[in-house]
Design a protein around this ligand. Structure first.
Ligand code: FMN
Length: 334
């Protein structure tokens, strides 16, 4: 399939694997790129720029295809050394960066000087337009259903994607709630040039996380995510578990007086415990509502091939079937 996104990133299929803390290691990024999508290493999971350089080198050993690096700009007391991370990205020969969180404006000159294409992940039309204005090459439009940080506007993709299509000139991919061929075809119909998946890629054979995590995703339904940290304006969609129940109880008690210190135990240092050790109740970890559409643990290639084969069938049989034999709509409009 050819779209503005496959052309921009020189990939076969318009499917991107979004950066995911303690999931986006070289194994997963390479598997996605080898299967014709765009794999992304999560930059800040590597604790230092030197470790990121090693992870990039490891990924180059696993694939000859293009892959990217995610750089997340979140509020932090001590900001990570972003210029050094960007140097590791540049020196590692990376040509695609997925930015997320705050605007990447301050780092655009350095990224552009290295001929790096930037896709910024945004949860609103106004942030997408800002990304376009500062020179991003594409945006990943992340709807309210998404795993991770959906922002504070709560606009789901059924509205957000057509709104983005109305306003943007640069190409965009649909992100949040994407799982299969139906998601891809719907996203294309709403004006996107591809899709970005997070949660769905965790339940794959190559995702380097504990089996408990993959099994929890298969077992969960679309009713099993919760929003936390709204009072801090740092809303995160997470999978419900014992720690999240406790966290929500604290949030109810504290109301608008909630401070990050109140929920430190439930949100700090959680990812290695969940993703590596498989301690499913260790704390709050990101998960999208799309979990209700995850019923198996295929290889990344099986997943991507299935999406592309089913998408073609959906378009040719279901959608074309609504048209008459001459290709004109057979429904009469009065
Ligand atoms: C476990 C997990 C960790 C994530 N970590 C990050 C991250 O570190 N940086 C980032 O930009 N997005 C992160 N995301 C968001 C994803 O890149 C992607 O935008 C999101 O998962 C899309 O929604 P979906 O889960 O419905 O596919 C994370 C998502 C999950 C599920």
């Amino acid at each position: 399939m050819k779209t503005a996104i496959t052309e921009l990133f020189d990939i076969e299929h318009p499917i991107i694997q979004g950066g995911m803390h303690y999931v986006g290691f070289a194994e997963l990024a390479a598997a996605v790129s080898n299967a014709g999508g765009l794999g992304i290493i999560t930059g800040l999971t590597q604790r230092t720029p030197e470790l990121l350089a090693k992870e990039i080198a490891r990924c180059h050993d696993l694939t000859d295809k293009p892959f990217g690096v995610n750089l997340t700009f979140l509020p932090a007391f001590t900001a990570p050394p972003y210029p050094e991370y960007i140097a590791a990205i540049r020196e590692g020969g990376i040509k695609i960066v997925e930015t997320a969180g705050r605007s990447p404006e301050q780092y655009m000159p350095a990224l552009k000087a290295a001929c790096i294409k930037v896709i910024h992940k945004c949860t609103s039309v106004r942030h997408s337009l800002k990304a376009e204005k500062i020179g991003c090459d594409a945006v990943s439009v992340d709807g309210f259903e998404c795993g991770g940080h959906p922002g504070e506007d709560d606009v789901p993709n059924m509205i957000l994607l057509p709104r983005a299509a109305e306003e943007l000139k640069i190409p965009f991919v649909a992100s949040g709630g994407m799982a299969d061929a139906r998601s891809l075809v719907a996203a294309l119909a709403m004006g996107a040039a591809g899709m970005n998946m997070g949660t769905r890629f965790i339940a794959t054979k190559e995702a380097p996380v504990h089996d408990n995590v993959k099994n929890a995703l298969v077992a969960a339904s679309e009713l099993d995510t919760r929003l936390v940290m709204r009072a801090l304006r740092n809303t995160e969609r997470v999978l419900k578990n014992a720690a999240v129940d406790r966290l929500l109880e604290i949030e109810r008690e504290k109301g608008s007086k909630l401070q990050i210190a109140d929920i430190h135990e439930e949100v700090a240092g959680v990812y290695p415990k969940v993703m590596i050790e498989g301690k499913m109740d260790a704390g709050a970890w990101s998960c999208g509502m799309v979990v209700g559409l995850i019923h198996d643990i295929p290889t990344v290639k099986e997943l991507i091939d299935r999406i592309m084969v089913d998408a073609e069938r959906l378009i040719r049989e279901r959608l074309m079937g609504f048209l008459g034999a001459d290709g004109k709509a057979s429904l009469r409009v009065a």
